[in-house]
Ligand binder design. Structure first.
Ligand code: SF4
Length: 299
């Protein structure tokens, strides 16, 4: 393949993968929703979970997005410095979003700020969002795709606490948000928490935490314990699926952290909804790919 053919091939694959993720949830999300349905004892939450599964069946059968809000596309890219298409990647992702918008189709969710018009293509100034992690000495490219709806992970919340507020302050900050509007997303939620040195590092980590598989834990034992305690605390609110009541409010709580300045604790919370449309694909230098989030996808 020539370089141009490679760019086109990768654009087509990303467009197809993005469209696919809008119609079929990742395997870990389906497994968790199935588990939560089994654990609920009342009729109402069970009926709501059954509706979600029916929604998933119909989305694939009718070849339509499973939720009307297909979000703003956000990509987390971990790209090796030796990946052959590194220079083309950002433009290629933008092009893939335009293609997916018309082919899938996706709702038009990119409004130019201040000029107040919808581009109609899901791309605009700074959209789709692309975050970069550069990986030295690697020729691979790992991409997390994410559809961030208006209720899920766009209205997160972040602050910097005084050091004396400690981990109790972190817990209070998270629980205060979860007991107000759950940040507007449709439960059961996947809750991302960032604990770091500043407002923006915490905010970014709270989003990155949502890329982690459901059921995974922070590698630090204490942080992992806090994930479990927060999960139990948020479940005890009794939101249930779609906020209609139930024993479980969340699919999990994922905390990501960095070291921090001794006089500050940055904390942020960000929630994914039950329709957690995240995809993960890894390309090698020849554009062979591996998809870790969904089984049985051919691009
Ligand atoms: S929160 Fe999620 S499921 Fe609910 S409307 Fe938004 S994108 Fe759809």
């Amino acid at each position: 393949m020539t370089h141009e053919e490679q760019v086109k091939r990768m654009t087509d694959m990303i467009a197809k993968f993005v469209g696919f993720t809008g119609k079929k949830l990742p395997d870990d999300v389906i497994a968790k929703l199935t588990e939560l349905r089994e654990k609920e004892t009342e009729a109402m939450p069970k009926v709501i979970y059954d509706t979600m599964f029916r929604n998933q069946e119909l989305a694939v059968k009718l070849d339509r997005p499973s939720c009307q809000d297909t979000g703003v596309l956000q990509f987390w890219v971990k790209c090796g410095t030796k990946f052959p298409l590194i220079d083309d990647l950002e433009a290629l992702l933008k092009e893939a979003v335009v293609k997916a918008t018309f082919e899938t189709p996706l709702r038009h969710n990119s409004v130019e700020t201040f000029d107040e018009y919808n581009t109609g293509k899901n791309v605009g100034k700074g959209t789709p969002t692309v975050w970069w992690d550069i990986v030295p000495h690697s020729d691979k490219c790992e991409i997390y795709t994410y559809m961030a709806g208006g209720g899920c992970t766009l209205p997160g919340c972040a602050t910097v606490l005084m050091p004396g507020e400690g981990y109790e302050g972190v817990t209070k900050f998270v629980m205060d948000r979860m007991t107000s509007y759950g940040l507007n997303a449709c439960p059961p939620l996947l809750v991302g928490v960032g604990v770091a040195t500043s407002v923006e590092t915490a905010a970014l980590l709270s989003k990155k935490a949502l890329m982690r598989p459901i059921g995974s834990h922070n590698e630090n034992e204490r942080a992992a314990k806090m994930e479990k305690l927060l999960e139990d605390g948020i479940n005890a609110i009794g939101l249930g699926p779609q906020g209609m009541g139930g024993k479980y409010s969340v699919m999990g709580v994922n905390i990501e952290n960095t070291a921090r300045h001794p006089s500050a604790i940055g904390v942020a919370v960000n929630v994914g909804c039950w329709s957690h449309r995240r995809g993960h694909i890894i390309f090698d230098a020849d554009l062979n790919y591996e998809i870790t989030t969904h089984t049985g996808v051919e691009l």
